[in-house]
Design a protein around this ligand. Sequence first.
Ligand code: NDP
Length: 351
Amino acid sequence: MVYFLELKLSYFCYNINFKTMSIFNTFNPSSTQSGASISGEAEKVKCLIVGSGPAGYTAAIYAARANISPVMYEGLQPGGQLTTTTEVENFPGYPQGITGPEMMEDLKKQAQRFSTDVRFGIATSVDLSKRPFKVVIDDNKLIEAQSLIIATGATAKYLGLDSEEKFKGSGVSACATCDGFFYKGQDVAVVGGGDTACEEALYLAGLCKKVYLIVRKNFLRASKVMQDRVMNAPNVEVLFEHVTHEIVGDMSGVNGVIVKKNNGETRTLAITGFFVAIGHQPNTDIFKNFIELDEVGYIKTIGKSSKTNIEGVFACGDVQDSTYRQAITAAGSGCMAAIDAERFLGEFGEV
Ligand code: NDP
């Protein structure tokens, strides 16, 4: 078990460097921009799933049961964003709740039960100009896929403070819907001035005694209706022109945040929960030369399907959803992607 964890950790660290080196690679069939060469013959697969998390694993379960032999590369953070949360209480079917990592382990086991080939690895470059789609894994292995499901998720942006990192999972969160309940009746703070921050502040206002909204400018960037709701919520105090200096706490978690006004004044707010809501970054860099993205970088899907602008390439989960971003909606869209992929392959007699 210890060996396994170490292996996973070293793989993870190795790939962070790897990824930063190669994330902007343009595709070259025999070598990569970082100088590494692609070894061996291309492996041919019917259905390649890139990225894990609820979307990827659900796509894998459905694809495997539809007999399209999915191969999944789990990506930089096997299990996705939920592996960084503690309790998940809003996923149907778990009346007592479940931890994020446990739930992801269960989803993975379920995908493997139907023979999904789940592998460690990161897609480092792609050529989606024609089928079979070429996907390079870890800069050194070439896959040729008849269909591709992108489930690479989105990454919540954080402020980058050491204290924020220290208290992640014990007072610092990037998801009020996931973690707000644990702060019922308590005082909390939200940082950000966009629609997400306002939404999170209002959601928390319904649960918590007091919510501070820390906004770095002297205005909210959120839509007018959200601004009005926030400004009229009796237990939300908006602190304009404030930045977060440090999150403070002890072994039991967060107990305050030091904020600094633009005139240099500092103040400590006594809070137990600190919610970061300064935006998400969809993980779409390697696809951007081929797949149509919106202005923020989310993959555009067509109508009510998981189809992208390229036939045979499907997207599911947070990588294509800037609105709901929930485990259950990601899982639902993973199911859609697998069904779309199966039907697509069926049209070519490739099932
Ligand atoms: P946005 O990019 O709209 O807003 C990010 C906010 O965080 C801004 O106020 C920004 O400040 C602030 N911020 C960024 N970096 C920092 C930092 N380092 N320190 C302090 N503050 C920081 O992101 P959202 O996630 O709010 O929204 C993304 C998109 O999704 C938007 O188009 C939004 O309208 C949409 N959305 C729609 C919803 C709905 O319709 N119900 C719900 C949620 C989102 P500054 O203004 O100074 O740059």
